[in-house]
Design a protein. Structure first.
Length: 258
């Protein structure tokens, strides 16, 4: 997603990103989780979580905002204290746009922004059913897939299916970006989260072979069918396209303050 967003940056936005990334080897954990591009930045937060870098442990709660799918869609802020993915995006945007902050500080904000914008567009980082965003919903994956729970299915296997094993369908994501970018810009972070919430509520859970009941928690969702994957693919491509457009918009806005 970071590579798609980079292509959407203005010349000033690209220069801004390149300037910040040029300092990446000075930041803690650079040897474990190197960042040489915006694409690297978009996966950095998962890398440091898996790499055991304790100083970044505070970010664990920032990858998601648990929103029960059996309730009506929330209004206003998803988490009043800001300690969730929507709050993290807002904070990272503010730091990235602050010309008084050092480039290293702004690089950290860029890496957070790139990843958390990606996360908020993954439906199971928003909608949940007392099951840790689908982590406690066991599944039997489709042929060629590796996920064993619903969250991992949407984080990995469905993304791979949507773009193709050799990324041969990434052009379809770019086509969506060109066709709809203007409509997708200018919307609030909460709007992005609501879109993901609705996907969880109307597709990710109810279209399982064995949909869990409200607040069931740990469950077995059954076999993931070819029809489920086929239905999810256009959803995932659109979410990737939206994330790239919106990340580029945020970076371009911050770069205008550089």
């Amino acid at each position: 997603m970071g590579g798609l967003a980079y292509a959407e940056l203005t010349p000033r936005g690209r220069a801004f990103v390149d300037r910040l990334i040029a300092t990446a080897d000075q930041q803690e954990g650079a040897g474990v989780c190197p960042v040489a591009s915006l694409a690297d930045a978009s996966v950095w937060a998962d890398c440091v979580r898996g790499g055991g870098l304790a100083s970044f442990g505070y970010m664990r709660a920032l990858h998601y905002v648990n929103t029960p799918i059996h309730e009506a869609a929330p209004t206003g802020l998803f988490c009043a204290d800001g300690n969730c993915v929507t709050g993290a995006i807002r904070k990272a945007e503010a730091v990235l746009a602050n010309p008084a902050a050092s480039d290293l500080t702004r690089l950290l904000a860029l890496k957070q922004l790139a990843h958390f914008v990606e996360d908020v567009h993954q439906p199971l980082h928003v909608g949940e059913n007392s099951d840790k965003g689908g982590n406690d919903v066991q599944i039997t994956t489709f042929p060629g897939g590796r996920a064993r729970n619903l969250h991992s299915l949407w984080d990995g296997d469905l993304v791979a299916a949507a773009v193709g094993p050799n990324r041969e369908r990434i052009a379809e994501v770019r086509d969506l970006m060109r066709a709809h970018a203007a409509a997708w810009r200018g919307q609030s972070i909460e709007h992005w989260a609501l879109e993901s919430f609705q996907i969880s509520k109307t597709y990710a859970y109810p279209d399982l072979a064995s949909p869990p009941t409200a607040n069931q928690g740990a469950a077995n969702g059954g076999q993931i069918s070819p029809a489920y994957v086929e239905g999810a693919e256009p959803i995932v491509r659109e979410q990737l396209a939206k994330a790239a457009v919106r990340l580029a918009e945020a970076i371009n806005r911050a770069a205008s303050q550089a």
